[in-house]
Design a protein around this ligand. Structure first.
Ligand SMILES: *Cc1c(COP(=O)(O)O)cnc(C)c1O
Length: 428
């Protein structure tokens, strides 16, 4: 397939004119051209194949060209690719909402479908503000978030990302100013110093806080950081005490990545609002969802606006809903739980040799997430180069070399990923 393209010409244009994520123009180093993907493998224009240890930014949990997912897209295409959701509705959206509500932690059965994770977070933030306003507390417009978090790249989502490692300093006063509790420290149980500070911040700002926001148990793009579920319970208690809504962002952790179907389950708490995205469509099409309790939906709908004030053009895109339904259907067999546990055990074994590398600060594994943390920023070109030589695609950031592979990755391929990550850690 790659053969019919003049890659030298295409890549020259790509370098000079096409923006890639978090990249300058012209781009450097140049991205690798992919011509097809199947199972857990990407095929490059020069014929090389790479095991995708990133699952396309954590989305392709069942691998590429999965027969069930391919069929779902084709079948939906035969009736309609898209139709606006304002004033119209369709079965794929209704069934997806039903399925999400059934899978979600108790009682989150009011569903807003959005077109990306960041937008789901924006919708959730707006729902919190509208909820407080309609409850007679219009001054509650700010959020209590965790240091080290990541919630997306739009303005509202950026404002609740880590204030130091995130992008705040680049945007200055353009972002709303939020309130940050410390990153939950590693270790079992809730650190009393952390808890004291979090409660104090909540008390001091209670008049202006609309909601508490966190990625439960694993902070993803903010640093691949794991913390005790007891902290999520502490956040629930803080929210209850002051009448804040608890908004849990499961866009990275949802759909089995950390072990349970949702990381929230490990904490045994129910959020008021939950955002999901990424793996929801199995890496096929962009779609996300904001789920909330009935009372939140009622209060939001009850104020002067009389509605939740948001409506993306591609809201509930039928193709995306169709493939999401098929993707969630693949959870029914329960097989994924064994796979995530198998991958967790495999990653522990194959990443252990990294501890012998002098520049390695930490190696950690939780569910189908494996992380090697260096004591310096990764030389991304050198690390990716070493991994590609080992037949594996990774995308390190900051001081982190990590994998979040598809759940269908075999033990052999986990071995290949581990060896390539260790080689990347030596090189990077
Ligand atoms: C990726 C991510 C987002 C943003 O999702 P997009 O689809 O990239 O907008 C938000 N929150 C978390 C936890 C994420 O991992």
């Amino acid at each position: 397939m790659g053969e019919r393209y003049d890659w030298a010409e295409l890549l020259a244009y790509d370098r000079d004119h096409v923006w890639h994520p978090y990249a300058p123009l012209p781009a450097s180093p140049p991205p690798l051209p992919v011509v097809s993907a199947s199972g857990v493998r990407l095929r490059l224009a020069d014929g090389r194949e790479l095991v995708d240890a990133m699952a396309s930014w954590w989305t392709a949990i069942w691998g590429y060209r999965h027969p069930v997912l391919d069929a779902a897209v084709r079948e939906q295409l035969d009736s309609m690719a898209h139709v606006m959701f304002g004033g119209l509705t369709h079965a794929p959206a209704i069934e997806l909402a039903q399925r999400l509500a059934a899978l979600s932690p108790a009682r989150l059965d009011h569903v807003f479908l959005a077109d990306s994770g960041s937008v789901a977070v924006e919708v959730a933030l707006k729902a919190c503000v509208q909820y407080q306003r309609n409850s007679g507390r219009p001054e509650r417009t700010r959020f209590l978030a965790l240091a080290g978090g990541y919630h997306g790249d739009t303005m509202g989502a950026m404002s609740i990302c880590d204030p130091v490692g995130g992008m705040h300093h680049l945007f200055g006063n353009a972002l709303p100013r939020q309130i940050f509790a410390g990153r939950p420290p590693a270790g079992a149980g809730v650190d009393p110093a952390w808890e004291g500070q979090a409660w104090e911040l909540a008390r001091r700002h209670s008049h202006e806080i609309a909601g508490v926001v966190a990625e439960p148990v694993v902070q993803g793009a903010g640093g691949m950081w794991f913390y005790d579920p007891a902290y999520v319970r502490a956040l629930r208690a803080i929210a209850d005490e002051h009448g804040f809504l608890l908004l849990l962002d499961e866009i990275a952790t949802g759909f089995g990545r950390t072990g349970p179907l949702f990381a929230t389950e490990a904490a045994g708490v129910t959020p008021d609002i939950m955002c999901v995205g990424k793996a929801m469509t199995g890496g096929y099409l962009t779609q996300s969802a904001m789920l909330c309790r009935a009372e939140v939906a009622q209060v939001v709908s009850g104020g002067e606006a009389g509605c939740l004030m948001h409506g993306p053009t591609y809201m509930a895109n039928p193709l995306a809903c169709g493939v999401a339904l098929a993707c969630l259907g693949l959870f029914a067999s329960g097989r994924w739980q064994l796979d995530v546990r198998r991958i967790e055990a495999g990653l522990r074994e194959v990443l252990a040799p990294a501890l012998a590398i002098p520049a390695v600060k930490d190696v950690r594994v939780l569910g189908a997430i494996g992380v090697i943390q260096l004591d310096h920023p990764v030389d991304v070109a050198a690390a990716t180069g070493a991994a590609v030589s080992g037949g594996v695609w990774i995308r390190p950031f900051r001081d982190l070399i990590y994998t979040m592979p598809p759940y269908v990755t075999t033990d052999d391929d986990i071995g290949t990923i581990g060896a390539a990550m260790v080689a990347a850690a030596w090189a990077g």
